[in-house]
Design a protein around this ligand. Structure first.
Ligand SMILES: [Zn+2]
Length: 194
């Protein structure tokens, strides 16, 4: 249920969304299924130098980070703060990998960006952490949400004015979940009828 073009997040946050959505739960596809697939995907995204394979240990860290990011986005969907253990997991996974601030003057303005201090999977993790950092500061982070359909959980960027979107697509997951709730309600009502 992820064919909605309105899903893209602004700036570097889009790399976080794409990274988490490597696990397409609805369609049962995972671009980080093994080291070969993950290396190819990260290189194609420009997050990893070509010919620089990641290890099984790297893959495990990347997948754990992906899980933490999805849980954090799911908290955004509910308008809540992420559980403490999820925040701790994010911090533990990203702490060993630093990014340094880089300044440039572009079109007469000073612009700052974060550049990972290392190549390889550590650099990927540092870049993702820097993107989350920027999104929290610019208040775009809370718009990155995980679809409320438990069979989907696709990450999308909520562009609605009042920030209340809960599904990756109203026509798809939104209508599926609403139809399911309606059926459950009817069933409960029928069960209570003597
Ligand atoms: Zn969905």
């Amino acid at each position: 249920m992820n064919d909605d073009p309105g899903n893209a997040a602004p700036g570097a946050l889009e790399s976080v969304r794409r990274f988490v959505d490597t696990h397409d739960i609805y369609n049962g596809r995972d671009a980080l299924a093994d080291v070969e697939a993950a290396t190819a995907w990260l290189a194609a995204e420009g997050m990893l130098s070509k010919g620089r394979p990641i290890t099984a240990r790297d893959l495990s860290a990347l997948r754990n980070l992906r899980d933490a990011l999805r849980e954090m986005a799911a908290a955004n969907t509910m308008g809540e703060q992420p559980p403490r253990e999820v925040v701790d997991a994010f911090n533990d996974l990203t702490a060993p990998h630093a990014a340094s601030v880089r300044l440039d003057v572009r079109h007469g303005s000073l612009v700052a960006s974060n550049r990972p201090s290392e190549d390889g999977a550590g650099g990927v993790i540092a870049a993702l952490a820097a993107a989350v950092h920027e999104a929290v500061l610019t208040k775009t982070w809370t718009r990155l949400k995980s679809c409320d359909n438990p069979e989907c959980r696709w990450l999308f960027y909520d562009e609605s004015r009042n920030r209340t979107a809960r599904w990756c697509s109203m026509r798809g997951c939104g209508s599926i979940v609403k139809a399911r709730r309606y059926r459950d309600k009817q069933r409960r009502r029928a069960a209570h009828t003597p």
